[in-house]
Design a protein around this ligand. Structure first.
Ligand code: NAP
Length: 260
């Protein structure tokens, strides 16, 4: 049976490597979700040429904008077996979406939240299905009173770290909610890979994109992960997550995201 895998951020370093690894398996239909139509189409063509898998397509949406995610989901019909949230950004200046939401909060946190929320009906059709949230070990400083840096001074490193903490906390929130639906939700650190994002954070990255893809792909596809949910992984190993214990804050974060 062909399984459908949705991958965001597939025009970036790690997302493209994830898409490549997934597409190598011809039992998977790979869907690249990207904001840049031309870039996405070129990558899809390259992957089709390289893997011989013809079941590679693109959906175009700016993942910092709720209505664009809602619109691609509204036009979708089929079961989804895996959703891999990868898209991320870390602009050096504080930017806002056209809706007035701080850009990292919108893309890195709400983008993941909205992808899960709007594709949930299709993940339910594809059960047992899996959600993988690419987060980071570089995480912390979440301020639930000022997630958009309206009173704190913005710096992209702090905003990035809080967004990745939030991704890890939302993983726990969704895992608890979706357990009874037979949908697992796990988070990971992919590895340190040179990319536009790492450049904007000021580091080079010593791992290849393929090394960065290994943990997310394993979480999405490996039979040994069946039924495992709400966990955080680094380099193919479950790692304790310091952000997974404070259930009040996790619920507060979930409700806050739900209110956007
Ligand atoms: N690189 C690392 O060392 C590292 C370490 C830990 C965690 N991570 C995580 O890994 C993930 C991928 O990072 P990367 O290093 O591969 O970064 P990257 O090469 O800069 O890729 C980022 C991807 O996100 C997409 N994106 C950004 N904003 C978007 C938006 N509004 N709508 C749709 N797509 C958007 C980009 O699309 P465009 O091509 O259109 O810009 C690109 O495909 C991120 O979640 C990051 O936090 C990376």
């Amino acid at each position: 049976m062909t399984k459908t895998v949705l991958i965001t951020g597939a025009t970036g370093a790690i997302g493209k490597a994830i898409a490549g690894r997934i597409a190598e398996n011809h039992e998977y239909r790979t869907v690249l979700i990207a904001r840049n139509k031309l870039k996405a189409a070129q990558i899809a063509d390259q992957l089709i040429d390289r893997t011989g898998n013809k079941h590679i397509s693109c959906l175009i949406a700016d993942l910092s904008r709720k209505h664009e995610i809602q619109s691609i989901a509204d036009n979708w019909r089929d079961p989804v077996h895996m959703l891999i949230n990868v898209a991320g950004t870390t602009p050096r200046q504080r930017l806002e979406t056209p809706e007035g939401i701080e850009m990292q909060w919108a893309t890195n946190v709400l983008g993941y939240f909205w992808m899960i929320r709007y594709f949930l009906p299709y993940l339910k059709k594809g059960t047992p299905s899996r959600i993988v949230n690419v987060a980071s070990y570089w995480a912390g400083n979440l301020d639930l009173n000022d997630p958009e840096f309206t009173s704190r001074r913005y710096d992209n490193n702090t905003a990035y770290r809080q967004s990745k903490q939030a991704d890890r906390m939302l993983t726990v929130a969704f895992a608890e909610r979706l357990k009874k639906e037979n949908i697992t939700v796990n988070a990971c650190h992919p590895g340190d890979v040179h990319s536009n994002l790492s450049h904007d954070l000021g580091f080079g990255g010593h791992e290849t994109p393929e090394q960065g893809a290994a943990t997310p792909v394993w979480l999405a596809t490996s039979p040994e992960l069946e039924g495992v949910t709400g966990k955080y992984f680094e380099h193919l190993h479950e790692t304790g997550c310091q952000f997974s214990h404070d259930h009040d804050s996790i619920e507060q974060l979930y409700e806050m995201c739900n209110s956007y």
